[in-house]
Design a protein around this ligand. Structure first.
Ligand code: 0O2
Length: 218
């Protein structure tokens, strides 16, 4: 196959990244609306914060090489699902599944696949809910379905994942056994903390409801 002239590749790269960037914007807006609707219905804010990012060219090349794929724009589009990534950080585990449900009900979002690392944590202790979705981006030439990876996790899970990520890269994936074991122990503590915070919150909510009911009876 004849090689593509360099400026064509640059143009192709720019057009592709424009699509991913637009998809991030579209999903971010949807999440904001979902959050606002949630606040209206449930009277509290389930989302602590949202982070979004486009994967860097270095990170794209590294991942393609690590997975044994060709380092080309076509293989990046076909094989990588997390070039556009959004992370939604929630207070409680139960919020995660409500948000997932609200995302799944959006008519223009197609869920390609999910990975529920909360129900099935990774052996290292990683917990998070991953959805790979597509959303149409309307260009003058027509709609282009564009992939976005949405990661949803609690504040505590996110705290753990950031530290684990740092250690993973520091030791290039080969951290000493004792460090890996301590991280796994921390992941179990994070899980316990999430469960405790959830039950505490439930008690606080039922206390407020009972208080209001008692005040109305008086
Ligand atoms: P980076 O450097 O964060 O971008 P798929 O995307 O489904 O085709 P993949 O990448 O194996 O294949 O999917 P998976 O398991 O859903 O992982 C996607 C991303 O989730 C990773 O991207 C990480 O950001 C995060 N992740 C997955 N496993 C772990 C883990 O054990 N620890 C931490 N801290 N994060 C994890 P990248 O490109 O691997 O890494």
């Amino acid at each position: 196959m004849a090689s593509i002239p360099k400026n064509n590749q640059i143009d192709q790269w720019r057009s592709i990244m424009f699509l991913y960037d637009s998809a991030l914007k579209a999903i971010n807006t949807k999440i904001e609306i979902i959050n606002n609707e949630f606040v209206q219905i449930n009277k509290y804010n389930p989302i602590e914060h949202v982070k979004s990012r486009l994967k860097t060219p270095e990170s794209i090349v590294k991942k393609l090489k690590r997975s044994g794929y060709d380092v080309t724009i076509d293989s990046m589009i076909e094989k990588l699902s997390d070039i556009a990534g959004i992370r939604i950080i929630c207070s409680f585990r139960s919020d995660i599944y409500q948000i997932v449900d609200m995302i799944e009900r959006q008519k223009d979002i197609t869920v390609l696949y999910i990975k529920d690392y909360i129900k099935n944590p990774k052996p290292n202790g990683y917990r998070s809910y991953h959805m790979v979705v597509t959303i149409p981006i309307y260009l003058t030439s027509g709609p282009v379905e564009t992939k976005v990876e949405i990661q949803i996790r609690t504040v505590a899970m996110d705290f753990w994942a950031s530290l684990e990520h740092k250690i993973y890269y520091k030791f290039e994936g080969d951290a000493p056994d004792n460090l890996q074991q301590e991280l796994k122990d921390c992941a179990d503590m994070v899980d316990m903390l999430d469960a405790k915070m959830f039950s505490l919150n439930e008690r606080i909510l039922s206390y407020s409801k009972n208080n209001i009911a008692e005040q109305q009876e008086d």
